[in-house]
Design a protein around this ligand. Structure first.
Ligand code: SAH
Length: 352
């Protein structure tokens, strides 16, 4: 039975499901979910992430975290964590670049937050000799200083969608129309979690709410507050969720989110204001990825790498630098939010 058939049967028996329930099933269904069955990353996949574009991304993230570790007095034993590591490329680049920082590697325990057993195996293969600890949820992070990166992780967390009614909200649901999946609206009900959105919306507007976002930031921020550390949350999105940002990508092209459950990537823009509001530690200003990478010295690193390249490899390298930083490409669409202890400085490249 395909995932579509499974979902159609379930909705026929139990009624419509929320967009978040639909996203959860599409991405992480144990036998038919996107991350549990597909190979989405890279030039042949459905989408290309920053670490897959160039090694420079992970190198600079690694040096940023290592500099923060040094600035915080080099805790002798700490967690080096990544949320949603994909193929493991980012962590591999972090570990290679920080291999030159005395004491960092020896003090680090690598922890990977990954829900997909299939991707855990890919990550083990990308990281020979590392012996990472795998956990399924941020609540299971060790009680230790925490240096964490999450690149394109929060955009995979399921969102609920609500359309503003006259006084309250209609939840957007996935139901059936002529035995096929279709969007519909639930009855108008109050939504306490959206109380602050009554002021900036009017009837007909759509807002998104990611139930897992606040608990995730809380679990990360609690470790940073109690033991020290920092987190870099990098994703596409903006300060406040506006409109329908649910997006399906298949073969690097936008697709209908209901068309191929489990076969297309599904994401929603990250509402960074919600992360900021949930953080039990200090937060940096929301900073465009291009600005962040330039401040960390990506141009100097790009020039150093370019010296050893020619022909097509050099062209590709120049295009990768542009793609990561240029405002018309990923430079502005992607944002960085830094978490760090109250009373400390933010990680390099970020300010308050
Ligand atoms: N950070 C990587 C890949 C991002 S794709 C990169 O930049 O290339 C999203 C990753 O998050 C995948 O590894 C996916 O399996 C994982 N993931 C998605 N939802 C998750 C969840 N709820 N819990 C844990 N991991 C999840």
């Amino acid at each position: 039975m395909s995932l579509r058939e499974t979902l159609v049967a379930r909705i026929a028996a139990q009624g419509p499901m929320t967009v978040a329930e639909y996203m959860q099933e599409c991405l992480l269904h144990p036998t038919a979910g996107y991350y549990t069955t597909q190979e989405p990353f890279g030039t042949d996949g459905d989408f290309i992430t920053a670490p897959e574009i160039s090694q420079m991304f992970g190198e600079l993230i690694g040096l940023c975290l290592a500099q923060t570790w040094m600035d915080q007095g080099q805790p002798a034993s700490f967690t080096l964590a990544e949320a949603g590591p994909g193929r493991g490329t980012l962590m591999a680049d972090i570990l290679r670049a920080t291999g030159q920082v005395p004491g960092f590697g020896a003090a680090a325990q690598v922890v990977l937050i990954e829900a997909s057993e299939r991707l855990r195996q890919v990550q083990r293969e990308t990281l020979p000799g590392v012996e990472p600890i795998f956990i399924s949820a941020p609540d299971d992070l060790p009680d230790a200083p925490l240096y964490l990166v999450a690149n394109e992780f929060f955009d995979a967390l399921p969102v609920r969608q609500f359309q503003r009614g006259k006084h309250h909200w209609h939840e957007r649901m996935v139901g059936l129309s002529e035995n096929d999946l279709s969007f519909g609206l639930g009855p108008e009900t109050p939504q306490p979690a959206l109380a602050d959105r009554l002021a900036d919306t009017e009837s007909g507007n759509l807002v998104e709410y990611c139930p897992a976002a606040a608990p995730t930031v809380d679990a990360i921020g609690q470790r940073i507050t109690a033991h020290g550390g920092a987190a870099l949350i990098i994703d596409y999105g903006d300060w406040r969720s506006q409109g329908d940002t649910l997006q399906a990508l298949q073969d690097q092209k936008p697709a209908d989110p209901l068309a191929s459950p489990g076969k297309a990537d599904l994401t929603a823009h990250v509402d960074f204001e919600a992360l900021f509001a949930a953080a039990p530690c200090a937060c940096s200003k929301l900073t465009p990825q291009g600005v962040f990478l330039e401040r960390l010295g990506i141009t100097a690193r790009a020039q150093a790498l370019a010296a050893g390249l020619s022909g097509a490899a050099l062209e590709q390298h120049i295009a990768a630098h542009r793609r990561l930083t240029h405002p018309a490409e990923m430079g502005n669409l992607f944002k960085v939010l830094g978490l760090f202890p109250h009373g400390s400085s933010p990680p390099p490249g970020l300010d308050v």
